[in-house]
Design a binder for this molecule. Structure first.
Ligand code: ADP
Length: 182
């Protein structure tokens, strides 16, 4: 877990690679649907371009479909999911039905001024994402505060939330993450 610009995509990918787990990023899955111009992609685009979340039912359905194509027992690093309390509840249920559960929840903590700096750098670099314009980024951060902070409280109350410092090089943060989930 972590706000936009926290580096969670990079860290989730590295963790999955090093452990032989599957990296499941809902943002990447949506972007893939958009590229392939599927019905789901068209719907997701409408929300993503505004910096809003894709509706829970659509998002959970896509995650369920992805999970069900994995061999039983596969380790999964969820990235950008769950992002709302209903998604967190749905994930708990989905895993329970399959005899699994959430192992660790890690929050990558980064101060707001670092987030803003990183996202404006990404917007000006070759990594083109249509939702990285200043206006849309501001909205994404607001939506994160409103809808995703309560998910942190959900896991915090369950005593499952681990926090790591997200400031530093990719390697430093990746070492902290690896230790947190060992
Ligand atoms: P970031 O964390 O930098 O915002 P992501 O790639 O994780 O990037 O997400 C990009 C966009 O995709 C989000 O702003 C949102 O519109 C959509 N999205 C991704 N995951 C979810 C989710 N779990 N629920 C709803 N919308 C999502």
């Amino acid at each position: 877990m972590g706000p936009p610009g926290s580096g969670k995509g990079t860290q989730a990918r590295l963790l999955a690679e090093s452990r032989g787990w599957v990296h499941l990023s809902t943002g990447d899955l949506f972007r893939d649907h958009i590229r392939r111009d599927t019905e789901l992609g068209k719907l997701a685009e409408k929300h993503m371009s505004k910096g809003a979340y894709v509706p829970d039912g659509v998002t959970v359905g896509m995650v369920r479909e992805r999970i069900d194509r994995l061999p039983a027992g596969t380790g999964v690093v969820f990235d950008g999911f769950p992002r709302t309390v209903p998604q967190a509840t749905a994930l708990d249920e989905l895993l329970r039905e399959r005899g699994r559960s959430v192992g660790h929840v890690v929050l990558i903590e980064v101060p707001p001024e670092v987030i803003v700096e990183r996202l404006s750098r990404r917007a000006g670099s070759g990594e083109v994402r249509s939702d990285d314009s200043a206006e849309v980024v501001r909205h994404r951060l607001e939506v994160y505060d409103e809808q995703t902070r309560p998910v942190l409280d959900h896991y915090e109350r369950a005593g499952r939330l681990l926090r790591i410092d997200g400031v530093g090089t990719v390697e430093e943060v990746s070492r902290r993450l690896s230790e947190a989930v060992s």
